[in-house]
Structures are given as structure tokens and as C-alpha cells.
Ligand binder design. Structure first.
Ligand code: NAI
Length: 349
């Protein structure tokens, strides 16, 4: 089914509000989800609504969270998320980090005790749209084998970065520290498509192309990706006094309980360094040089991180967003959820 961004946002907002979120929170979650779908990051868009709705309706997402921002220093703070919707807490916490960075040059804000927050590009772009540099990272449920290990330990622990240029472009680098985000496997399942053999291993630790046989994801770049996922876990979990490592809550374990996940936003005001204009011109020059470079065989063009998403976003604005029929049928139905995710294996579909 092909939908406009506005139509898809409204369908998702209505479903999340029906599940129990306030209109305001449902609208923000739907904004973050449609941002992902419009960019072609379907792993973090509408595919998640059914799971979120079940969790919300069962009490595992606090629908009336007592959000509180605690300033702990001139450049630091903790946003207490009270296990409300992660997307909402992350967005408001980033607003606090932006204000603080504008005032004091840099800001580091930890987001404590939240649910799943979706695609991090949304939050770092909040900063870049205001001529700041944004960096975000967060914990996610243990799904990856550590380098050299056979058991699951860390999550797909994503990191995102955004910087403004003097054009409409925002360099947005946003990645899971596993070869692929778990949502990409979910998306392959919903589309009944095989996955590349470099994404995941089965229960015997062997590479698999069957998205339904996935037992664990693998870190990017072997020991280096493993190191990055550890860094994310320490900065967005241990630093904030939250469960870390394999103690991080599972996506599907007990949908009646809050997840207590952590996130960290870092915002830098270029005005306190070489200046906003200088940064934006330098980023714009880099983009131009990369785009003009001779591509390697098999490539049409060297892209800057986020350029592929921007192109998809422009296409979505023109042609609409392609949503799997089953997800559309669910969104327009009266059901809060059809298939239960509660207490499923973390690798359940
Ligand atoms: P991806 O593999 O699709 O893209 C990673 C990065 O590479 C992006 O910045 C993309 O723009 C860039 N890129 C891709 N192709 C490129 C090319 N040809 N040239 C230059 N740059 C290129 O992203 P991934 O790892 O699948 O993550 C998807 C989303 O999942 C992200 O938004 C991430 O934040 C989200 N995520 C969220 C989690 C959570 O718990 N909240 C957990 C894990 C992932």
C-alpha cells in the first residue's frame, strides 16, 4: 500500500493513542516512525506499531510518565524518562541538550529509563537543524555475539551523528553497531525475503540467510564493532546507573514492565569552536568533493552518509511511502494487536 507521509503518520498516531498513549505522545512517536519509513528505514517505522501497541496496552510503556530534567552541571544533565515512550523522552531530552549547548557550548544529556526510541537520526537532526552537531547513542536488547563469543551479550547499540552544511544537506550517519539492525531482519521477515549471509548466525553459530533462523547478530568489523557496542553500553547504560551488558532488558520479555533503557545525547555548538559558517562551508565542500569523486566499479557515485536517506525522503514526498499490505491492514483495523509478542523469544518475529 502506498501512503502519503501525513496519512501514514495519522494511522500510526491513532493506533498508538487507541492503545493508551496521550494524543501528544502518540503524535511524537508516529513522527519518529514516519521519519524512518520516509527515509526507507522501514526497520524502524510502521513495522513496530503492533508491538508498541501491545506493550502500551499491557502497561509496559508508561502512558503518564513523570518526565523530569535534572541539570547536574553547566553542560550536563539527566532526563528521567519514567519508562514512557522512548521516542518522546529522547526528543524532549535532545531539546534540553540543544538549549544547554546554546548556552554553554556543549551538552551531554543522559536519558534514563525509557522504552525503545526508534531511529536515532531523528534526534541528531534536531540538533543539526539548529546549526549544532548532534551525537546520540542508546542501549538495545542483547542480540549480538561479542567478538570471539558464541553467546549473545550486547545489543545492536546504535550510534548517530549529524552535522549541518550550508545547503539543505545534513550529514547524518546513523548505524547499529551490528552488521544490520534487528529491525532489518524483521523487515526481511515481513517481506519474506532472505538476508545476506553476513548479517547473523543461527543457533549453531553458523552464518544464515534465513531471517527466521536468526539466533544472534554479529558486530560490524569484528573486534572494532564489538568495542563500539561496548562503548555505547557504558556511555548510555553504566554511566547512568542503568542495567548494562547482558542485563539490559529484552524487547519481548514481559510486556507489562518498563524497559529501563538508556540513551545519551551529546550536542556541540560550532560557534564555540571555528564558527558555524566555517563548519557549514567545510561540510558543504566535503559533500561536493565526495560526490564529484570517481566512483569505484559497481558504484554510480560516492555518497555522503545520509544522502541515500535524503534521496528516499524526497522520493517519498513525491511518490508516497510503500507499506507492506499486512501492516496497512493492521493499521486500519480495530485490533490493538493480532499476534502477541509477550514473552516471546527475543528473536521472535
Ligand atoms: P544502515 O546500514 O541502513 O545505514 C548506516 C549508515 O550508513 C547510514 O548513515 C547511511 O546513510 C549510511 N550509508 C548507507 N549506504 C551508504 C552509501 N552508499 N554511502 C554512504 N553512506 C551510506 O543503518 P542500520 O545500521 O541498519 O540502522 C538502521 C536504523 O536502526 C538507524 O536509524 C538506527 O538508529 C536504528 N536502530 C535503533 C535501535 C534502537 O534500539 N533504538 C537499535 C538499532 C538500530
Amino acid at each position: 500500500m502506498n501512503l502519503t507521509k501525513e496519512a501514514l503518520q495519522l494511522l500510526m498516531k491513532n493506533k498508538l493513542a487507541k492503545a493508551g498513549l496521550s494524543d501528544e505522545h502518540a503524535g511524537i512517536v508516529a513522527d519518529v516512525l514516519v521519519h524512518a519509513d520516509a527515509k526507507g528505514v522501514h526497520s524502524h517505522g510502521a513495522v513496530r506499531v503492533e508491538y508498541y501497541s501491545e506493550r502500551i496496552s499491557k502497561g509496559g510503556t508508561n502512558t503518564k510518565p513523570n518526565f523530569k530534567f535534572e541539570k547536574t552541571g553547566p553542560c550536563s544533565g539527566i532526563f528521567h524518562g519514567d519508562n514512557g515512550a522512548g521516542h518522546v523522552a529522547a526528543k524532549i531530552a535532545m531539546d534540553h541538550a540543544i538549549d544547554m549547548a546554546k548556552e554553554n557550548g556543549v551538552a551531554i544529556v543522559g536519558v534514563r529509563s525509557i522504552g525503545h526510541s526508534g531511529a536515532l537520526s531523528y534526534f541528531v537532526q534536531q540538533a543539526a537543524k539548529q546549526d549544532l552537531i548532534g551525537i546520540s547513542m542508546c542501549q538495545s536488547d542483547p542480540m549480538a555475539v561479542p567478538y570471539g563469543g558464541a553467546d549473545v551479550y550486547y545489543g545492536t547499540n546504535p550510534i548517530a551523528f549529524a552535522a549541518p552544511s550550508d545547503g539543505k544537506e545534513i550529514i547524518t550517519f546513523d548505524m547499529a553497531t551490528t552488521v544490520q539492525a534487528w529491525g532489518k531482519v524483521l523487515d526481511a521477515r515481513s517481506r519474506n525475503k532472505p538476508i545476506p549471509d553476513t548479517w547473523a548466525v543461527d543457533k549453531n553459530g553458523e552464518a544464515t540467510t534465513d531471517p527466521f533462523a536468526v539466533h544472534a547478530l554479529v558486530p560490524i568489523a569484528a573486534a572494532k564493532g564489538y568495542g563500539l557496542m561496548m562503548m555505547v553500553d557504558i556511555l548510555s547504560g553504566a554511566l547512568l546507573g542503568l542495567p548494562s551488558g547482558s542485563s539490559v532488558s529484552s524487547m519481548y520479555h514481559d510486556l507489562t514492565e518498563g524497559r529501563n533503557l538508556g540513551q545519551l545525547h551529546i550536542v556541540i555548538d560550532p560557534a564555540r569552536f571555528a564558527g558555524v559558517l566555517n563548519l557549514k562551508q567545510s561540510v558543504a565542500r566535503t559533500i561536493k568533493e565526495l560526490n564529484a569523486m570517481k566512483p569505484a566499479p559497481g558504484f554510480n557515485k560516492v555518497l555522503y552518509p545520509g544522502q541515500n536517506s535524503l534521496a528516499k525522503e524526497e522520493k517519498s514526498a513525491k511518490d508516497g511511502i510503500d507499506i507492506v499490505d499486512e501492516i496497512y491492514e493492521y493499521l486500519i483495523s480495530d485490533a490493538l494487536f493480532n499476534k502477541s509478542y509477550d514473552n516471546k523469544d527475543p528473536f521472535a518475529s
